[in-house]
Design a protein around this ligand. Structure first.
Ligand SMILES: NC(=O)c1ccc[n+]([C@@H]2O[C@H](COP(=O)([O-])OP(=O)(O)OC[C@H]3O[C@@H](n4cnc5c(N)ncnc54)[C@H](O)[C@@H]3O)[C@@H](O)[C@H]2O)c1
Length: 385
């Protein structure tokens, strides 16, 4: 795969259109296919607008040159000449499998088939193909043109060299690739779970209100607090990822979803996009003030941070990703102020373990069990890596 490879993208929604833009801006000819003509029309319009704005701002020389690289296709057969096809359709395993089986029949033998799934097993999608060695996960983040991180996820069937080939292409596209094992949530959607889950737990226990929890986290370097961020992502997306990760981990209590968030989803209070979620976004609606108690802020922050660090260490321990890739993923994929392993080293493995153990003793819940690797390194307060 090179900058000349004709790149097909299946699905012209938020992600597909963004990925297509990235590929075309890198110089690749792009075939953007959607089975919904209206969606395809909307994508063409929005890509044209975006590229024109980039030209006006002087960020690209010619929007027209880039637009000329696009073919907008409403017939799947137009993907036949592609060397790489990236699927970004609805997050349903049955539909993705059907599309992979169909597209494999018309693609050339050397064509690489990639999925942008956030939560499904790449291995199960690859299993729909006659030649699953050519299937890989390429997980972009939203919005794809702005977010540097791409998680590369080889399925167990993927041929050995493909991850490295994909990494080189992503570098050529100006992206920051990391390699993740095909496990639920890959890196970011797994390691970030406690940012939401532990904040929800603290809120449900009545330790602090939402605005105070958000304040405690932003005071300590996070760009957004967990409740503001969940509202921004949308509960239809964020809750569903949590539930999927929980189920995929065979109901490990570390990933247990929260009723407070589930009720918002049931009410249709999806966050910013519906004007209401945890917060009310109506014009002029007053925002309550946080309780600016420093001791409380430390208690909230250390509890959430210890859970995040533990998740990152467990992912390292179970070889989900290298230490370096874990740090890159959390700083580039969700803009954490620093890598969680570095944060642990600075805090001290012994102090981090003490925080988790105090929660474990208080609650007697498996949710707070410390990673074996953290426990080992905490003897003598050694660094994680
Ligand atoms: N939205 C995010 O933040 C995000 C981030 C990373 C990954 N993802 C993943 O990317 C994928 C797409 O997400 P999205 O948010 O862009 O969805 P979306 O709903 O915005 O777009 C999906 C598009 O796929 C088209 N489509 C559906 N079924 C199709 C089919 N059988 N053949 C051709 N086209 C079809 C739809 O018409 C629609 O235009 C999902 O797998 C999602 O999990 C989403």
């Amino acid at each position: 795969m090179t900058k000349n490879t004709i790149t097909g993208v299946i699905g012209s929604g938020a992600m597909g259109a963004g990925i297509a833009q990235v590929a075309a801006m890198a110089g690749n000819p792009v075939v953007l296919y959607d089975n919904n003509k209206e969606a395809l029309g909307r994508a063409e319009k929005s890509l044209t607008n975006t590229l024109q704005k980039l030209q006006e701002k002087g960020k690209i020389a010619s929007a027209r040159d880039i637009l000329e690289r696009f073919t907008f296709a409403d017939n799947i057969s137009e993907l036949a000449g592609c060397g790489l096809i990236i699927e970004a359709i609805v997050e349903r395993l049955d539909i993705k499998k059907a599309v992979f089986a169909e597209v494999e029949k018309l693609a050339g033998a050397d064509c690489v088939l990639a999925t942008n799934t956030s939560s499904l097993s790449v291995t199960s999608i690859a299993a729909a193909c006659q030649n699953p060695e050519r299937v890989i996960g390429l997980h972009f983040f939203n919005p794809a043109p702005l977010m540097a991180l791409v998680e590369i996820i080889p399925a167990i069937q993927t041929r050995a060299e493909l991850a490295e080939e994909a990494r080189e292409l992503m570098l050529a596209w100006g992206k920051t690739p990391v390699i993740a094992k095909d496990t639920p949530g890959f890196i970011v959607n797994r390691v970030a779970r406690p940012f939401y889950g532990e904040a929800l737990r603290i809120y449900e226990e009545g330790i602090a209100d939402m605005v105070t929890i958000d304040w405690a986290m932003t005071e300590n370097g996070f760009r957004m607090g967990p409740f503001a961020l969940m509202d921004y992502i949308g509960h239809d997306v964020n809750y569903v990822v949590t539930e999927t990760v929980f189920q995929s981990f065979f109901y490990d209590p570390r990933y247990k979803p929260s009723f407070s968030q589930k009720r918002l989803l049931e009410a249709g209070w999806l966050g910013r996009k519906t004007g209401k979620g945890f917060y009310n976004y109506s014009d002029g609606y007053p925002m309550s003030e946080p309780k600016k108690d420093i001791d409380l802020a430390v208690q909230i922050f250390e509890r959430i941070l210890a859970m995040l660090i533990n998740e990152a260490i467990e992912a390292l321990y179970l070889n989900v990703a290298s230490a370096g890739d874990l740090e890159i993923a959390m700083t580039k994929g969700v803009n954490y102020p620093k890598g969680l392993l570095q944060w642990c080293n600075e805090w001290g493995t012994a102090a981090c373990l003490a925080k988790l153990d105090s929660l474990y003793h208080e609650y007697h819940e498996d949710r707070y069990r410390a990673s074996t690797l953290l426990r080992k390194q905490a003897i003598g307060n050694k660094k994680i890596v």
